[in-house]
Design a protein around this ligand. Structure first.
Ligand code: CDP
Ligand code: MG
Length: 152
């Protein structure tokens, strides 16, 4: 099992898409193990986007991501990191394939609605940035036996 950090970015919250986006992850079979509404500070933005902090476009990203409430969540599932990235689609909504979240809902390079961790190291680092260990709720849903075979 893998865990991935998801952020429903301020554009998703403002556009009243939270419920629809949460539903997509639920319907796929991912389990939510943590969730909270937060306001990202400039400091947290710089930590989260450390790999981009020196880029010319970083200041506008920081303005965007700190500009309104964000829903931070952790989802769990088999290959959850790659599954979430596939569901998001390409970074730029104009290039993301139809059927993906960004392809269906975004027409922007920046305002692409959802963040998902891009690998196991990023997932561990990002989950720790947003959640304390005790905020992650351990549970094995009883429906699992109807979601996949026992040997998967
Ligand atoms: O989110 P993802 O991993 O697909 O993309 P990224 O290349 O790691 O960039 C992180 C985020 O920065 C993107 O999701 C966009 O919201 C934003 N971004 C931007 O504002 N301007 C760019 N030229 C590229 C990305
Ligand atoms: Mg990235």
């Amino acid at each position: 099992m893998e865990r991935s950090l998801i952020l429903l970015k301020p554009d998703a919250v403002q556009r009243r898409l939270m419920g629809k986006l949460i539903s997509r992850f639920e319907e796929k079979g991912l389990n939510f193990v943590a969730m909270k509404l937060i306001r990202i500070t400039p400091e947290l933005s710089k930590q989260h986007y450390a790999e981009h902090a020196e880029k010319a476009w970083y200041p506008t990203l920081e303005t965007f991501i700190t500009g309104g409430p964000v829903l931070a969540a952790v989802v769990e599932g088999l290959d959850a990191i790659q599954v979430v990235r596939g569901m998001l689609g390409a970074t730029n909504g104009l290039q993301a394939a139809p059927g993906t979240i960004r392809g269906d809902f975004s027409s922007s390079r920046q305002m692409n609605l959802v963040h998902g961790s891009d690998g196991p190291d990023a997932a561990s680092r990002e989950i720790a940035l947003y959640f304390k260990p005790e905020e992650l709720v351990e549970d094995e849903p009883t429906i699992t036996k109807w979601m996949r075979a026992a040997d998967e």
